[in-house]
Design a protein around this ligand. Structure first.
Ligand code: GDP
Length: 292
């Protein structure tokens, strides 16, 4: 994703043409890369305008070359597009910290629940996992196994109402000393069926009063994530977003920028199927990497 950006930076610093021509050429390369990564065209236009305007109006500070200064502007504007300067905090602000995972079927919720268990266990928290998905055969055993792999506590029931299982699960794991409790849900909807997803989220949230509701989104949906993320962000003030399967798509730029444009925060990204392939998302680190 956005692999061509490094080359554009190299070309720009190599500087065959005049500064102004190089800026225009760089902006064209940047636009092509972003659109290839599925970033929204209107967003790309706004970003280009902002970069061009600053490049023409602002003078570099003493001792800094114009080309280095220009790349600093590009970096700053890209960081804004991908979520801003502050990386989201991943530390629980109290214990127990209850995270409710929601998302459409197949987005990677159960896998992510296992990854979060690993992540927080590795940071020294006693973690508990609750499975409320009674529809998908195998979800219960999948999560139980993931819990065992991370030394996490586990609660699940093979049948019943999700909100009741969630409520019993959180209570029981709390009484067993869990400090981070992750509740996995069924999410038997498809993309475009936001209302059903939000209704399910509300029902279960009412039962367990989560400290955080994390929406799990498959990176392959690219900029189409905008509507889902926007409605989710409006529906809950404690919402964060986890983007999965960033390793398997060229549309990662689309999903990350679309989420940021809604004002929601991407907190983690999934970068593979394995249990340790989850990273806190840091927009500055991400932009530094893609610019090389
Ligand atoms: P759920 O229906 O939302 O619970 O989705 P699952 O957790 O069962 O995941 C669906 C599929 O996505 C599984 O095959 C997972 O291995 C795969 N998956 C989940 N996260 C990632 C990721 O970050 N990268 C890759 N490549 N695959 C993932």
């Amino acid at each position: 994703m956005l692999e061509g950006l490094r080359e554009a930076v190299r070309k720009f610093l190599g500087g065959g043409s005049t500064y102004k021509d190089s800026v225009e050429e760089f902006i064209r390369d940047l636009q092509r890369e972003l659109i290839r990564a599925d970033v929204n065209v209107a967003l790309v236009k706004r970003l280009s305008d902002a970069i061009r305007q600053r490049a023409l109006e602002q003078e570099p500070p003493p001792g800094v070359s114009r080309r280095d200064w220009f790349l600093k502007i590009v970096y700053e504007e890209l960081v804004k597009v991908f979520g801003g300067e502050e990386p989201p905090s991943v530390e629980p602000r109290k214990v127990p910290w209850v995270i409710l995972l929601v998302g459409v079927q197949g987005s990677g919720k159960t896998t992510t629940a296992g990854k979060l268990a690993r992540f927080y266990s590795a940071r020294g928290y006693r973690v508990g996992l609750v499975e409320t998905d009674t529809y998908r055969p195998g979800a219960l055993e999948q999560l139980r196994t993931l819990a065992q792999m991370s030394g996490a506590l586990f609660y699940g029931e093979p049948a019943g109402r999700a909100e009741e299982i969630a409520s019993r699960g959180v209570k029981e794991l709390e009484s067993r000393g869990a400090q981070v409790i992750i509740v996995d849900t069924a999410g038997r909807h498809g993309y475009g069926d936001e209302q059903a997803l939000l209704d399910e989220m509300r029902r279960i949230a009412d039962a367990v009063s989560p400290d955080e509701v994390a929406l799990v989104v498959d990176a392959a949906i690219g900029q189409r994530a905008f509507d889902l993320a926007r409605r989710f962000h409006e529906a809950t003030p404690i919402g964060t977003i986890i983007v999965t399967k960033l390793d398997g798509t060229a549309k990662g730029g689309g999903v990350l920028s679309a989420v940021a444009a809604t004002g929601a925060r991407v907190k983690f990204v999934g970068t593979g199927e394995k249990v340790d392939e989850l990273e806190p998302f840091d927009p500055q680190g991400f932009v530094s990497r893609i610019m090389g």
